[in-house]
Design a protein around this ligand. Structure first.
Ligand code: ADP
Ligand code: MG
Length: 598
């Protein structure tokens, strides 16, 4: 008996829809991009209940013929012959011609459309892939698509939508990404009959101001300086905020060849350009547009994601940083002399008028540990150094927990320190010879750091260029949902893909060399095994599992500085003789015991 059969289209479309249309925001993006592709100059977006009830996009683009109106909803139907080199086609690869088919599989869609050359237009209504109505109608040139009751036939997906507030924020975020690269197209965004955005056609600068220049967001273009640089590799232009106007919550946007992108590495370039100019928790706002030949960029494997890889990232990093430095320099006095008067001595240095100097703040690279270099004047760069927060050296053990000896252990800075068997650190102290298990010691140190970050929600995220997918069984899903806020707090960037999978888009920065999947699976199995009834419980399990996964392994040889550093950090912990799992970290061989052997 044959067992292979073709899925009915409606089922296939629903499956495909799960990938293309994850939430109202992805639906909006597809619709608006279609309108832009159709050459629209004016696009109206009407939303009800954050897109749950209604998402409507009205454009004045080229419209469709009667035949095309029907075909547009078929899977793999596309009128767009795209250049293979085109970033867009690369980015949407795999979903070409799938958007409308996917949307109509999971919603009730009504569309009217008319081309300029046609007297009459077409009305078509589709409910969950079934055409329920198609007729001639009178309507303006362009296309008007109404998507009602998204996921009406996929209760699981509907259930996973967030609050209206969150979904509306997602819609707006997606909308910003588009409108900031199409300033010449006018847009309106209406939510529950309230006009949230009215964006007339204009320049990029006017568009930014129109989107963000309201009292709430406080992003005025007068607060920005222009960035501009042309090199053979890349051309960069845009706007970066004057340091004195920086805020704690920043608007940070990169675009490449007319597409929004996330780029943590280039974000570092921006931050580096500002270093020393912003006080600690202030962030620079910026809108930076890159243009470069499509061959020089490699688009991410996951089409719904926004990370992009560049062939010459390090060069572009330098170019970007230099361009921003120059832009910032140009408006402050001191660097103006450097940049503008070199080789042109007859340009007077401005001496009157208001002079804006960048605010001098705290150097983010400042490390108090380094300045107290009496113990380790020239510490070599260690590959696991970054796993630590800086600490104050203190070679006194302050015993205030029952598990450690009642007399403080002391040793001198000049005492030797050795590694034994790739596993133990040996340190002579006044109380005897200390044996320290390197892996367990490091685990304890990291555990404390992760716990602290969890309690303060201070985890930092390292974005993954290639997000991974975490598939979960039902009980694991429930568990994950429980601990999700804490996973995010520690730096995991997770987004639900389907009812039983998550995409891992970022990791705690300490874990950047780890592969994402095993780490998360380890956490989940630990939380399940060791039990987690309260938040305090699962935070401990998360911290412990992360620490175990990141701690230096046995067999890793350590330099003297690394060993001293580790011991120093270990003894800062309130209880360091035993790990959270009860295993011995530090064992002391007393002089008495040693003497007994002879
Ligand atoms: P794709 O955009 O990848 O071609 P879609 O499913 O998004 O696939 O759209 C299918 C086709 O429907 C498009 O190729 C286009 O011909 C037509 N279409 C969709 N939206 C519009 C619109 N707003 N105006 C004109 N044509 C449209
Ligand atoms: Mg499309």
């Amino acid at each position: 008996m044959d067992i292979i059969h073709l899925l009915p289209d409606s089922v296939a479309n629903q499956i495909a829809a799960g990938e293309v249309i994850q939430r109202p925001a992805s639906c909006l993006k597809e619709l608006v991009e279609n309108s832009l592709d159709a050459g629209a100059k004016r696009i109206q977006v009407l939303v009800r209940d954050a897109g749950r009830t209604l998402l409507q996009v009205i454009d004045d683009g080229m419209g469709m013929s009667e035949m095309d109106a029907r075909l547009a909803f078929e899977r793999h139907a596309t009128s767009k012959i795209r250049d293979a080199k085109d970033l867009f086609s690369l980015r949407t690869m795999g979903f070409r011609g799938e958007a409308l088919a996917s949307i109509c599989a999971v919603a009730q869609v009504e569309m009217t459309t008319r081309r300029a050359e046609d007297e009459t237009g077409t009305l078509i209504e589709i409910h969950g892939s079934d055409v329920v109505r198609q007729e001639v109608c009178s309507c303006p040139v362009g296309t008007n698509i109404k998507v009602s009751n998204l996921f009406f036939n996929v209760p699981a997906r509907r259930k996973f939508l967030k609050s209206d507030q969150t979904e509306l924020r997602n819609l707006l975020t997606e909308f910003y990404h588009i409108v900031l690269v199409y300033p010449k197209v006018s847009f309106t965004f209406v939510h529950n009959d309230e006009i949230l955005l009215e964006l007339p056609a204009g320049t990029e600068k006017q568009r930014i101001e129109a989107v963000f220049g309201n009292p709430k967001r406080n992003v005025y273009t007068s607060a920005f300086v222009d960035v501009h640089t042309e090199t053979e590799l890349v051309s960069i232009h845009g706007f970066v905020i004057k340091p004195e106007n920086a805020t704690k919550k920043a608007e940070q946007y990169f675009f490449v060849n007319g597409r929004y992108m996330r780029h943590p590495y280039f974000l570092k370039a921006v931050q580096t350009a500002y270093s020393g100019m912003l006080t600690n928790d202030y962030q620079p706002s910026f809108f930076i547009y890159f243009e470069l030949p499509p061959e020089a960029i490699d688009v991410n494997v996951h089409p719904t994601k926004t990370e992009i890889k560049f062939a010459d990232e390090q060069m572009i990093f330098q170019i970007l940083m230099a361009a921003i430095r120059e832009a910032l320099g140009k408006f402050s006095l001191a660097p103006t002399i450097d940049f503008d008067t070199q080789g042109s001595i007859d340009i007077p240095v401005p001496t009157d008028g208001p002079v804006n100097r960048p605010k001098v703040g705290i150097d983010p690279n400042y490390n108090p540990f380094h300045t107290r270099g009496s113990i380790y004047p020239d510490r070599p760069q260690k590959n696991w150094e970054s796993l630590y927060e800086p600490i104050t050296p203190n070679n006194q053990i302050d015993p205030n927990t029952p598990s450690i000896p009642s007399i403080p252990i002391q040793w001198s800075d000049s005492a030797p320190i050795w590694q034994y068997g790739g596993k133990y650190i040996l340190l002579p102290t006044e109380n005897g010879l200390l044996f320290i298990n390197q892996h367990r010691a490091h685990t304890a140190v990291l555990r404390a750091q992760f716990l602290e970050q969890l309690s303060k929600s201070q985890g930092t995220v390292q974005q993954l260029l290639f997000p991974e997918v975490l598939e979960l069984a039902q009980d694991e899903m429930a568990l994950l949902q429980t601990i999700l806020p804490d996973l995010r707090a520690i730096g995991f960037d997770l987004e639900q893909l389907t009812p039983d999978s998550f995409s891992i888009q970022g990791l705690p920065s300490q874990l950047s060399n780890q592969s994402a999947l095993p780490t998360l699976q380890h956490i989940l199995s630990q939380v399940r095994e060791r039990g987690a009834d309260t938040q305090a419980d699962w935070r401990e399990q998360i911290a412990q599992a992360l620490a175990e996964n990141t701690a230096i392994p046995y067999g890793k040889s350590l330099t003297e500085t690394e060993m001293r550093d580790l011991v120093m950090r270990l003894v800062q912990l309130p209880a360091y003789r035993r790990g959270a799992d009860g295993k011995t970290i530090v064992s002391v061989l007393s002089d008495e015991e040693i003497n007994k052997r002879f």
